[in-house]
Design a protein around this ligand. Structure first.
Ligand SMILES: NC(=O)N[C@@H](CC(=O)O)C(=O)O
Length: 437
C-alpha cells in the first residue's frame, strides 16, 4: 500500500494541514509537522512527500456535464483523452453526456462508456443516459434499464437538444422519481432558435447574425420547474446563460421546487462582444450573452441560486471549427481551464472563497449526480479523491499543453490564474507535479 504525505496545504482554503493518504483513503489530517514527527495516530513512514505550502487542497472536482464523444466521434475526444484532460483539470469524476454515436440511450452503450472509464483509470466516468430514443424527443429511452445496468445511471439528458415536448418531459420526470433520478434539461425552445447563430441583442443586430433570444431558454426553464413541481420530481437545468433564467430558478427555489442549476466557466467570463471577431471558437450553445447576464450568473453562483459550475466540455476537431461562423460546430473545451476561470471570475473578485468553490465544483455536483465516494470532506476515513491547486501561479493558456484531443479553447493566449498541480483518484496520483501519470 502506498502512502503519500501532503504537507502544509490549506484545506479548502482554511488552516494549513498535513494530510496523509494510505492506500485508497485519507488516513489522517493534522497540524503541520504532527504526522511526520510520529505523533499519535498513523505513521507517515515511507510516504512520498508532496510539499504543498501555499497551495489549496480541495476535494476532487466533479463535472456534471462533459462530452467525451466516445463512441462515434473519437476524432474529437475519447474516454481516455477526455479523462486525461479531466485529471489535468483537477477532476476525479465526470458525467459523460449522451450525445454520442450511437446515442447513449441503452444499457449497452452506457455500460461501454462506464467500463472504458474504469479501464483507463484517470477519472471515474459516470454515463448520463439519453431521455429519449436517439435524442429525437419522441419516445422515452430505456431509463429503467440504464439505471439497473452496471453503469447505474441516475442522470438523464438529451443535452445538445431540448426535451421540448411537455408530455415527454412530464413522463420522464415521473419515471425517474421512482429511483431518485434526475432529468438534466438543455433549455432551448427549438422554434424560437431556428437558424440562431448567437445571442439575440445589439451585437447580433449589428452583425446580421440570426439571434438566439433569452426567452428561448427562459420559457423552457419556467415550464420545467412547474412540471417538476406538479410531478413532485427533480429537475436540473444545464448551462444557465441569462439573467432571466436566474430569476426563474430563484423563484422556483423560493417555492420549494426541487430544482438545481449549473453555469459554465465561459458564461461566467465571456460575452457576445467576442462574436465581433467572427472567430468560431466563441460559438457555443447556449450562446455567450451580455455583460449584464454574466454579472447575474456570478451573483447567482455566489448566493447559491446556481448550485454548481459544470464545464460543458465540448471538444471539436479543427476542421469543424476552422471555418466560417455559420458552418462551425458549437462548443468549447473546458476541463483543463475551468478551475482557473472560476478563480479569476469568482475567487479573485471576492464572490466565492475556496470552501465555496469546493461546494460548487465538488460537493454539490457529486450530490446532484449521486457520485459515490466523490464530493466528500477532506478528513480521515474518506476516499482520497483530492485536488491540489497552486493559486499563485500565473500563466498563459497554450492549447498545445492540453491533454484533450481537441484544442477549441476560447482562452488561447489569455493569462489565467492558478494551476492544478496534483490530482489523486482513490489515493493514486493521476496528476503529479503537473504531469499526467
Ligand atoms: N454546448 C455546445 O455548444 N455543444 C455541445 C452540445 C450542445 O449543443 O449543447 C456539444 O456536444 O458539442
Amino acid at each position: 500500500m502506498s502512502k503519500i504525505l501532503i504537507r502544509g496545504a490549506k484545506v479548502l482554503g482554511g488552516e494549513a494541514q498535513d494530510v496523509l493518504i494510505d492506500g485508497e483513503t485519507i488516513a489522517a489530517t493534522a497540524r503541520p509537522g504532527e504526522i511526520a514527527l510520529g505523533g499519535p495516530g498513523p505513521s507517515a513512514e515511507g510516504a512520498t512527500v508532496v510539499e504543498a505550502e501555499g497551495r489549496i487542497l480541495l476535494p476532487g472536482l466533479v463535472d456534471l456535464h462533459t462530452h467525451l464523444r466516445e463512441p462515434g466521434r473519437e476524432d474529437s475526444e475519447t474516454v481516455l483523452t477526455g479523462t486525461r484532460a479531466a485529471a489535468s483539470g483537477g477532476y476525479t469524476a465526470v458525467f459523460a453526456m449522451a450525445n454520442t454515436f450511437p446515442v447513449a440511450d441503452t444499457a449497452g452503450v452506457v455500460e461501454q462508456v462506464w467500463r472504458l472509464g474504469r479501464e483507463h483509470g484517470y477519472c471515474d466516468v459516470q454515463p448520463i443516459g439519453a431521455v429519449t430514443v436517439g435524442l429525437e424527443g419522441r419516445k422515452l429511452a430505456e431509463l429503467g434499464a440504464m439505471h439497473d445496468s452496471a453503469a447505474g445511471v441516475t442522470v438523464f439528458s438529451d443535452d445538445g437538444k431540448c426535451v421540448d415536448d411537455a408530455v415527454i418531459m412530464r413522463r420522464a420526470l415521473e419515471y425517474v422519481k421512482a429511483f431518485g433520478g434526475v432529468i438534466a434539461q438543455h433549455a432551448q425552445e427549438p422554434r424560437l432558435t431556428e437558424g440562431a447563430q448567437m445571442n439575440e441583442g445589439v451585437v447580433s443586430a449589428e452583425l446580421g447574425l440570426g439571434g438566439w433570444p433569452a426567452v428561448a431558454e427562459e420559457s423552457i426553464i419556467a415550464r420545467d420547474v412547474l412540471l417538476a413541481e406538479h410531478v413532485g420530481s427533480r429537475v436540473h437545468i444545464c448551462h444557465l446563460s441569462t439573467a432571466g433564467s436566474v430569476e426563474i430558478v430563484r423563484w422556483a427555489k423560493s417555492r420549494g421546487i426541487d430544482v438545481t442549476a449549473e453555469v459554465t466557466p465561459h458564461h461566467l467570463l465571456l460575452t457576445d462582444e467576442m462574436v465581433r471577431t467572427y472567430n468560431p471558437v466563441y460559438k457555443v450553445n447556449p450562446p455567450l450573452r451580455t455583460e449584464r447576464d454574466v454579472m447575474a450568473l456570478r451573483e447567482a453562483l455566489a448566493d447559491g441560486t446556481i448550485d454548481i459550475v459544470a464545464t460543458d466540455h465540448a471538444p471539436h476537431p479543427h476542421e469543424d471549427k476552422d471555418c466560417e461562423w455559420a458552418a462551425a460546430a458549437m462548443g468549447m473545451v473546458g476541463l483543463e481551464t475551468a478551475l482557473s476561470v472560476v478563480q479569476h471570475t469568482m475567487v479573485e473578485t471576492g464572490l466565492l472563497d475556496w470552501a465555496a468553490v469546493a461546494d460548487r465544483m465538488s460537493f454539490a455536483p457529486a450530490r446532484i449526480g449521486g457520485a459515490t465516494g466523490h464530493g466528500r470532506p477532506v478528513s480521515a476515513g474518506e476516499p482520497a479523491n483530492l485536488t491540489l491547486v497552486d493559486p499563485a501561479y500565473r500563466g498563459t493558456v497554450d492549447p498545445a499543453d492540453f491533454a484533450s484531443r481537441s484544442r477549441n479553447t476560447p482562452y488561447e493566449g489569455r493569462e489565467l490564474p492558478g494551476r492544478v498541480t496534483h490530482t489523486f483518484l482513490r489515493g493514486r496520483a493521476t496528476l503529479m507535479d503537473g504531469k499526467l501519470a
